[in-house]
Write a new protein. Structure first.
Length: 323
């Protein structure tokens, strides 16, 4: 920003000192040459603190067990889950088949945690590069706009899907199992800087910006506590950890399309319902699918249920040892 201000004011000062200096404005650009170094937004203490305070995450995000579609899965709660997506620009080019494919250029965003327009869910816009594009770096929405005007890229075209990519502070890591944790695995461009994020891949989108909502069911037997080691801080199945649950989520990768935006619903089941505590096995329980409980209304297994105001970004682990 400082250099841009100096460039704008330069001609005015020059005109005062020397009346023979041209009055033509100095050309400025927000587009960086290929190979340019782009600073990290987290090097600014104020921005780093803003992201850390607003990302909804801290330290190591625990990996929990749950069920979906009849199978045991591993899941993470990765913070807030707004109802709408923010725009994200992806530079792309045509392949031999004529399809747009992403090029090696970080995606571009305009909002970070702590700003009203931020969402960890992003509506994807492809920005097709032209023959005049030669690896320049477009590190902001304003730079994209300039590139359109200069013919380096075509106008953004919205796609039919979104991606789940929450931005996280320096301290955030995710437990991927076997004592291994990982930090953010990708980088955005934001206002001339880079910001780190976790890339959890594509997700559904409705009407161009709305995020569909699904159910995360927390089970408890009639007269008993929730069937969740995470909530009760008790090792229910005797395996030495407290990360197992009989939570049931709608769908899972490889089973059915699923939205990560999930509302917690507490469901009471009969006292005789077997679960991970009776089987002593985190993979074995009577209730392992939402359709056993709601199909579409409550089934005979449901003694009672209570929707809550808790909505979070729930992600199922899709890669062993990774995200």
């Amino acid at each position: 920003m400082r250099s841009a201000v100096i460039c704008c004011l330069g001609p005015l000062f020059a005109g005062c000192l020397d009346p023979l200096v041209t009055d033509e404005p100095t050309t400025t650009t927000l587009i960086l040459p290929a190979g340019s170094s782009v600073p990290s937004a987290l090097d600014d203490p104020a921005i780093a603190a803003q992201i850390a305070d607003a990302d909804g995450l801290a330290g190591v995000v625990p990996r929990q067990t749950a069920f979906a579609g009849g199978q045991r899965i591993h899941v993470w709660n990765v913070g807030p889950a707004p109802a709408v997506a923010s725009p994200l620009f992806v530079l792309a080019k045509r392949d031999a088949a004529g399809d747009l494919v992403k090029i090696a250029h970080p995606t571009v965003i305009e909002a970070i945690p702590g700003e009203p327009r931020y969402s960890p869910f992003w509506a994807v816009f492809y920005v097709e590069v032209t023959a005049d594009y030669h690896g320049e770096l477009l590190t902001s929405f304003a730079a994209i706009s300039e590139a359109v005007d200069r013919g380096l890229v075509k106008r953004p075209a919205q796609q039919t899907f979104a991606v789940n990519c929450p931005i996280a502070g320096r301290d955030v890591r995710i437990d991927v199992g076997n004592g291994v944790t990982v930090g953010p695995n990708a980088t955005f461009y934001y206002e001339g800087t880079t910001v780190p994020y976790f890339d959890f891949g594509p997700m559904p989108l409705v009407d161009g910006s709305a995020i569909p909502e699904a159910r995360r069911i927390v089970l408890r037997r009639a007269g008993d506590e929730p069937l969740s080691e995470v909530i009760r801080h008790v090792d229910l199945d005797g395996d030495g950890d407290t990360t197992d649950t009989n939570d049931v989520l709608e769908g899972a990768p490889g089973i059915a399309p699923v939205t990560p935006r999930m509302r917690t619903i507490t469901v009471v089941v009969p006292a005789s319902t077997a679960s991970i505590d009776t089987s002593q096995d985190e993979t074995v329980a009577d209730v392992r699918s939402t359709t056993q409980l709601f199909n579409p209304g409550p089934t005979a297994l449901v003694v009672g249920y209570t929707p809550t105001d808790e909505i979070a970004n729930w992600v199922a682990q899709s890669t062993i040892g990774g995200l």
